[in-house]
Design a protein around this ligand. Structure first.
Ligand code: 13P
Length: 250
């Protein structure tokens, strides 16, 4: 039985002071012994988040990383730097990074490889655009993203990763995928992992859904057999996040 994982992706929100206040106010309410809970915060908020969430069971994640340890990459942060701070998770290949920062499938693959080598848990984001959904190529496209993201990664490492299925048309739009739509693609992702690594790995690896998850939609989504929790954007910045986490525990 896979443990559910609910991650909040704050995106570019909350200054360190705001983050501190937010975490102080909500940390008791978002604790869960049934689900893994992660706050993926801006780099500048990591130190405060790590400090305030120590011994709460709530993990801290970053939203991006570079695939080299160090070097002449102005403005970048390496996985090694994150790991040394005590960060446990890192989002790789979010659609906003693919769209606005030209992150390719190959770059995502290098990041996932490096994250796993640095003992970080990558939350690997995949998902189709509205146009791709309309063209009927959703599953083909997402399967390709998964195959490239996990290229040359051995099963022993891959099983630790989390994959987040985030249809681009559902992100920040208030238009959540139906639980059937989300389940169809999450099942296809698990099937792709099974083809690459075998059934046993596919049964262990967790697949989340993301895209306008809220307290109303969470229960039905998380009840689907192949959906192991959510990657939550907007609602992770509201008290509603606690209700979403509690949904995962039932
Ligand atoms: P929203 O929940 O705001 O749609 O964002 C989803 C997302 O992109 C999480 O990574």
């Amino acid at each position: 039985m896979r443990k559910k994982i609910i991650a909040g992706n704050w995106k570019m929100n909350q200054t360190p002071k705001e983050a501190e206040k937010f975490i102080r106010d909500c940390k008791e309410k978002v604790k869960s012994d049934k689900a893994d809970v992660v706050f993926c915060v801006p780099f500048v908020d990591l130190a405060a988040a790590l400090d305030l969430l120590k011994n709460t069971g709530i993990a801290v994640g970053a939203q991006n990383m570079h695939f080299e340890d160090k070097g002449a990459f102005t403005g970048e942060i390496s996985g090694k730097m994150l790991a040394e701070m005590g960060v446990q998770y890192v989002i790789n290949g979010h659609s906003e990074r693919r769209q606005y920062y030209a992150e390719t499938d190959q770059a995502v693959n290098m990041k996932v490889k490096k994250a796993l080598a640095d003992a970080l848990i990558p939350i690997v984001c995949v998902g189709e655009s509205l146009e791709q959904r309309k063209q009927g190529v959703t599953v083909d496209f997402v399967r390709m993203q998964v195959k490239i993201a996990f290229k040359d990664i051995p099963a022993g490492s891959a099983r630790k990763a989390v994959i987040a299925y985030e249809p681009i048309w559902a992100i920040g739009t208030g238009e959540t995928a139906t639980s059937e739509q989300a389940e169809e693609v999450c099942a296809a992702i698990r099937q792709t992992i099974a083809e690459m690594y075998g059934r046993e790995t596919a049964e262990v690896l967790r697949v989340q859904y993301g895209g306008s998850v809220n307290a109303e939609s969470a229960a039905e989504l998380f009840a689907m057999p192949n959906i192991d929790g959510g990657l939550v954007g907007g609602a992770s910045l509201k008290p509603e996040f606690a209700a979403i986490v509690q949904t995962a525990g039932v």
